[in-house]
Design a protein around this ligand. Sequence first.
Ligand code: GUN
Length: 280
Amino acid sequence: MILIDGKKIAAELREELKKEVLSLQKKYNKIPGLTVILIGNMAPSQIYVRMKEKAANEIGLKSEVIRYPDSVEEKIVLDKIDELNKDDSVSGILVQLPLPNHIDKQKVIEAILPKKDVDGFHPMNVGNLSSGYESSVPCTPLGCYLLIKKIEPNLSGKKAVVVGRSNLNGKPMTQLLLKENCTVTMTHSKTKDLKAECLKGDIIVAAVGMPELVKGDWVKKDAIVIDVGINKTEKGIVGDVSFDEVSKVAKALTPVPGGVGPMTIACLLKNTIECFKRSN
Ligand code: GUN
């Protein structure tokens, strides 16, 4: 079984991106900039944003985090986004989710200029991705896609099963696999006989947020299995895939942690550089 080392593959990608930042700096005499807006003090968001900031600095991007208290008015955030949209030194804008209830998430997402939308959440980018046009692609599914391609460069005709239909992961993941000519089945919490659906997959991407949902006997022999889940349980952090069981049948599997997580951050850096290139 191939243990897909997301940490190592992400480090290699960051190394490449670091070189690219240097060459862009030479070419344009400026560097790509990422601005993250963080609202409130939820611990996971704080940790993720710190990791994003550190990774951006390490590859030589200009990086800035703007913090607001939980109680911040929506208008303050929208005005700040407007200001960042107009700021040429800002290539990419990310508003860390989730947001407090009094702030309209969709309004915030739509306020970000599509060309600065490093998350790929703006309806324009979502539409372009599903139409097969150039777009920002959400970081986590992009990271999963790169991991899958490392194991299997030719995905044409493969059967892929995506478990979970979120806007963040499942839906864009499906689009990326379709673009590679996979036959994709998108499953979710109301799918009947999820096990039978999973068993059809040459590739399984699990992104539902249910601890160890995908069992060993749900997986075809030699399937590639990507585990997006990060679930807190009594025995610690586990994914959406039962690692011990599935590692005995799969050809390749991502660990949790150390699989998809590091790729998400590396892909955010990649998207920031892509936004910079598209703007210049
Ligand atoms: N919160 C959890 N994952 C993400 C992500 O990919 N982007 C943003 N903006 N917020 C998140």
